[in-house]
Design a protein around this ligand. Structure first.
Ligand code: PGA
Length: 253
């Protein structure tokens, strides 16, 4: 059985005091709830403050990006060792916003995935097609390629520690989400691709999330799908109420 994982990607939002009150509120409202693994992915500047608040709890901490070298003259970059040092369990790699605005490629995603794993940090790898690619019927081939390239050279034993987030670009921050069964189909394809590369057993252990306009009103539709093991939540992770409602998707808050 794969334990569902719901991660909040705060993107470039929230100062330290704002981040603290968000995390405090979520922790308070989710006390004793452990059916879902919950991960906060704040900006780098909030990582330490969030770590202090979640110390001794089952909440996880994730960064939103990482560089692939351990250290060196790379002004502005953060290494996997530094993320480990600050207490990160996870790191988001290859988010479509980084691919679009910051020159992230399948090759740099792959370098980052391997570097994160080597440092003991679990990658949350984002894949997803644009609207034009979907309309051109390229979704399957693109997702397959992004998955294969991201995982090139990774050891099969590491696969269960990896999370993949399927995030159709046209659904991110737009209010338009994919349908549950459409997302399930693509996620099934990702699992099949991983099984083809590494064998069925690790592929069955790997968790694959859906992301893109996840809200309290549609989370259940995704979580009901057999292939979907959680969600990567952007906008709705920035407020206590909506994030908690998403995490408790089976009960009312
Ligand atoms: P959204 O973002 O939930 O605001 O659509 C998701 C993401 O970019 O990870």
């Amino acid at each position: 059985m794969r334990k569902p994982i719901i991660a909040g990607n705060w993107k470039m939002y929230r100062t330290i005091p704002e981040g603290r009150s968000l995390v405090k509120g979520v922790i308070e409202k989710l006390a004793g709830f452990d059916e879902v693994e919950v991960v906060f992915c704040p900006p780098f500047t909030c990582l330490s403050a969030v770590k202090d608040l979640i110390q001794g709890t089952s909440f996880g901490l994730g960064a939103q990006d990482v560089y692939w070298k351990e250290e060196g003259a790379f002004t502005g970059e953060i290494s996997p060792l530094m993320l480990k040092d600050i207490g990160c369990d996870y790191v988001i790699i290859g988010h479509s916003e980084r691919r679009e605005h910051f020159g992230e490629t399948d090759q740099t995603v792959n370098l980052k995935v391997k570097a994160a794993l080597a440092a003991g940090i679990k990658p949350i790898i984002c894949v997803g097609e644009s609207l034009a690619q979907r309309e051109a019927g390229e979704t399957e081939s693109l997702i397959k390629r992004q998955t294969e390239l991201a995982l090139q050279g990774v050891d099969a034993a590491a696969i269960p520690r990896i999370v993949i987030a399927y995030e159709p670009i046209w659904a991110i921050g737009t209010g338009k989400s994919a349908g549950g069964s459409d997302a399930n189909e693509v996620i099934g394809l990702i699992r099949k691709t991983v099984a083809g590369l590494f064998g069925n057993e690790p592929a069955q252990q790997m968790r694959i999330q859906y992301g893109g306009s996840v809200k309290p009103s549609n989370i259940k539709e995704f979580m009901e799908q057999p292939e979907i093991d959680g969600a990567l939540v952007g906008g709705a992770s920035l407020e206590i109420e909506s994030f908690v409602e998403i995490v408790r998707y089976e009960t009312k808050v």
